[in-house]
Design a protein around this ligand. Structure first.
Ligand SMILES: Cc1cc2nc3c(=O)[nH]c(=O)nc-3n(C[C@H](O)[C@H](O)[C@H](O)COP(=O)(O)OP(=O)(O)OC[C@H]3O[C@@H](n4cnc5c(N)ncnc54)[C@H](O)[C@@H]3O)c2cc1C
Length: 441
């Protein structure tokens, strides 16, 4: 039987400022949806249900990072982040290497990129457990097929079964292919190709591989390495305490890779692309049986994250701020958004929910743009720094270092409180004028 509160005795859930508490439905039980459930629960709101269309979660994806900016919020919400840290990669540093010979161009603490890197599926299991520990129902096999944005009495959603559910607020954490985004935008938005795709593989190295000096150079202990070259890079790291091995090869994409997490990759093409990479990693990649091919799709920044009529259906996570893999901040920014939404909904009266949701998008948009552009900047620096230079030229380490650390000091919830007066005043003015200013053009 799930207990309604986390076990940590020092944890204190906040009392709802509303009586009765706001009833909230979350669509999507990915990391974003689970973070939203934990945050809203902590701030005293009633999370009626988290809905997900899949019947069961598989261990999907591979390496994912969670930064300190997310940890501090999760800990505040009563989540035991030790559970995440224990299963994350424990390497103290990561090495950024030259493509053709593996020369270390820069070495920096792992924390500079993304805190502890772990398997997305393993982290997801822990997030789901946190939600269940709070007594919040996760309803699997519930596909949302339509939303109604009626301002009165409340917005609603319809499941594939025909069941209609209503709530004071609906939070759509339904991922990069979000259905809710179409409602919010009032139009279909097409994915934008980033110009790159990734071949990715993770597997348990065989005894043969472990014993083979041509393939085992990075298997002895937890490790994180990057090989950078013109228009390409490889990420390698170990997962589950070194028992699993992950490599990701980013390559130019001519636009014909479908937007999918499950597209099989062509290992012959991989072998061609890594033919001239550092021999220390080459054979480990070339001898891999199979991989996936992920198109790195992007969405243009959205002019709004909130539904136009009720202002009570809101987007959160990849549905409104997807990140490039090089940002290593997709899940962390979803956690930040979760905290800010929960804070904003706690600062408004029941009849002013729309002030809270519109303040939420205004507070979050600039912050997520900074973190998204960090990922673009890093990719561009890595892919260009060795172009048109002599193979042995010395590279200033600063040119290739990962510069995510400044993102960590930020406390998203505190920032929302600090800026509340100014932002909520602006939102009120916009409602008075009858014109909501778009987040971007
Ligand atoms: C399969 C997969 C693998 C990934 N692998 C990696 C990785 O290896 N490394 C990395 O950095 N990032 C990865 N990501 C991205 C990363 O998980 C996200 O950036 C981050 O966790 C925030 O995601 P989210 O919760 O907003 O969306 P998502 O993780 O996409 O979750 C959205 C959820 O909404 C559900 N959903 C969608 N539509 C509906 C609907 N109509 N009705 C009900 N439910 C719905 C989906 O089933 C899904 O569970 C992956 C994402 C996915 C989906």
């Amino acid at each position: 039987m799930a207990s309604p509160e986390p076990k940590d005795k020092s944890y204190q859930r906040r009392t709802s400022p509303h009586s009765p508490p706001l009833r909230i439905i979350i669509v999507g039980a990915g990391l974003g949806g689970c973070a939203a459930a934990a945050a809203l629960h902590h701030h005293g709101h009633e999370v009626v249900a988290v809905l997900d269309k899949v019947r069961a979660f598989n261990r999907l994806g591979d390496s994912l990072g969670l930064g300190e900016n997310a940890y501090k919020l999760l800990a505040r919400w009563g989540c035991s982040i030790k559970e995440i840290q224990e299963i994350g990669n424990q390497a103290p540093t990561m090495r950024i290497r030259r493509w053709h010979d593996g020369k270390v161009l820069a070495e920096q603490p792992l924390m500079d990129m993304a805190g502890y890197i772990g398997h997305r599926g393993d982290y997801h299991d822990i997030f789901l457990k946190w939600v269940r520990e709070r007594g919040i129902p996760i309803r699997m096999g519930c596909e949302v097929v339509a939303y109604s944005d009626a301002a009165a009495p409340t917005p609603s959603l319809t499941l594939a079964t025909g069941e209609v559910l209503t709530a004071d607020v609906i939070v759509a954490c339904d991922g990069i292919k979000s259905l809710a985004r179409h409602l919010v935008l009032g139009a279909q938005d097409d994915p934008v190709s980033s110009g790159y795709a990734c071949f990715r593989a993770y597997f348990e190295p065989s005894a043969d591989m472990r014993a083979d000096p041509a393939r085992n150079a990075f298997l002895g202990e937890d490790s994180v390495n990057f090989w950078i070259g013109p228009d390409t890079h490889v990420v390698q790291n170990t997962l589950r305490g070194g028992r699993e091995f992950n490599w990701i090869l980013t390559h130019k994409d001519d636009g014909d890779v479908p937007e999918s997490w499950f597209q099989p990759g062509d290992m012959d093409e991989v072998r061609r692309l890594v033919a001239d990479i550092d021999p220390a990693i080459r054979e480990a990649i070339k001898s891999t049986d199979k991989c996936l091919d992920w198109k790195i799709c992007y969405r243009k920044p959205l002019p709004t994250w909130v539904s136009p009529e009720s202002h009570r259906i809101v987007l959160l996570g990849d549905s409104c701020h997807a990140h490039l893999p090089t940002s290593a901040q997709g899940a962390s920014q979803a956690c930040e958004s979760a905290g800010v939404l929960a804070v904003c909904l706690g600062l408004v009266a029941r009849d002013e929910i729309r002030i809270g949701t519109r303040a939420y998008e205004k507070l979050r948009f600039p912050r997520t743009r900074v973190s998204q552009t960090h990922g673009e900047d890093l990719r561009d620096r890595w892919h260009n720094v060795l172009k048109n230079v002599d193979g042995d030229i010395e590279i200033d380490p600063e040119m290739v270092k990962i510069k995510n650390r400044p993102l960590y000091a930020f406390d998203a919830e505190q920032d929302a409180v600090d800026n509340w007066d100014e932002v909520s005043r602006k939102v009120r003015e916009e409602f008075t004028k009858g014109e909501i200013e778009p987040l971007c053009n």
